[in-house]
Design a protein around this ligand. Sequence first.
Ligand code: SAM
Length: 218
Amino acid sequence: MAGAVGPEFRGARRRLIETLQANGITDLAVLRAFDMVARHAFVPTGVAHRAYEDAALPIGNGQTISQPTVHARSLQELRLTGRERVLEVGTGSGYQTALLSHLAAQVFSIERVPALLDRAREILAQLDVRNVSLLLGDGTLGWRDYAPYDGIVVGAASPDVPLPYAEQLAEGGRLVIPIGTRDEQTLCVFTKRNGALERRDVGPVRFVPLLGAHGWQS
Ligand code: SAM
């Protein structure tokens, strides 16, 4: 589990949690996870002073760490109890991975950019996060070895649901994924019932593209 952090940034982190609550985040486990994990550890030092703003920030390689409210909404929609096995696609900085480590029993996370995965691995190790497995590769293929997953959360936008996610989601499990064009998407929650995916739309979002065999080709 990700260790708690020192007193620096504590006030800023509390204010961020108040912002999340004002934005409709009510799941106490999710709010507690935000209180436990040091977002400033996952962003480049040049933007660390902005780590507790409710804003997306650059993490290098043309990628971003998502806005905290968007992370919190995605995590809340997974409705985790702590016993689940979860697949995350788009490790990025590793911040959401660390949040998930507090919310699920086992976390499997895939990233396609080697430099980002290396950095995330390093930070997660420094924070002594142990229930997370990382994979370098095309996350649109899922991670068949550990399927089925009780939850799948995708941190990049796809034109449609990649077929492997439908296959690798457990019965009753939830898939949270931004679906749409490259410029605008809807955060969608799919619940698997009797082998089929039932869709519910959460709201408009803007994510970087999910690049891969079952996502955007380039
Ligand atoms: N949640 C992350 C965090 O806490 O930093 C931010 C995710 S960032 C918005 C999206 C990530 O998805 C990027 O790191 C990008 O490289 C990754 N990505 C895009 N397509 C992917 C794919 N097919 N497989 C794995 N990762 C992918």
